[in-house]
Design a protein around this ligand. Sequence first.
Ligand code: SF4
Length: 316
Amino acid sequence: MVNRLGALCGKIAGVKTRTANGVRAVMNIIIAKTAGFCSGVQRGIGLIEKALAAQGKPLYALNFPVHNAVAVSGLIGRGLKFLNSLDGLAKDGALLIGTHGACPEVYAVAQANGIEIVDATCPMVKRVQRTARMAAGHSDMVIIVGNRNHTEVKSVCEWAGTGKALVIESVDDVRNIPRGLSLAIVSQTTFSCREFGMIVDFIRKSAASGAIEVFRTICPATFRRQEEVRELAGIADKIFIIGDSSSANSLRLVETALFENTPAKLVSSSGEITAEDLEGVEILGISAGASTPDEVIRQCKNKIITIADNAHVTSG
Ligand code: SF4
């Protein structure tokens, strides 16, 4: 069994646990290979750290550049500051655009006022923005499948243009699509691959539309993480997804495990892991959102080992 798990996932640690009758059992902890930072977050944080280290202009952000409190507090510690609006940004400051991107107006206002931009938008998010803008040129409406309150989705709506975009969060929203229009469908980069397919099918079947063009803009990092959690769910008794509740991709990983009927818990820090969580668990799967720092994953793993029996790690 462990060999099979090893081929599937990253690190395996056997942790001796003590059961109620004192018999020692082994709990296997399997950490997904893809757990933690994706290339887009790594690139974004690298750019931000470089800008902060340059010690030129102060660097201001309008929102969290990545959706993880620990990663953000690390950046605040290095000097990152926040603003509510561009109005408060003096010319001696530079504007940070986070990995989730920004709408065209933010670029326009900054440029018009001579404000330097540090653009950490993930290239995968840029791809959705460009696709939405391009598709808006020849389709009546751009459908954005994603969470309407997410920074990325809000910006993609703006890139599509006023009156051109409609956000669909679930199959229930499909009824809001006006009839008889040609549609271009894109998705939030971190949306559920399974749900996106379902929504597209539903639109094809139910909307009396003209041409429908589908752009599969879920990023490869999201696809791989969801696939890995899906496979892990087939063998683990329980799955922990380490990430913040503001992290869309972390929430999607929890949903992926639950859809496979494997209990799953979102854990933002080691303090949220309890002995009850591990009761009766022989194989524990762990994955983490694309913006979860390694340090947080390590702390969670150590907490699990401590709870299990001040632990003896047999491999890892
Ligand atoms: S999850 Fe995907 S879109 Fe988001 S930062 Fe990572 S690579 Fe980019």
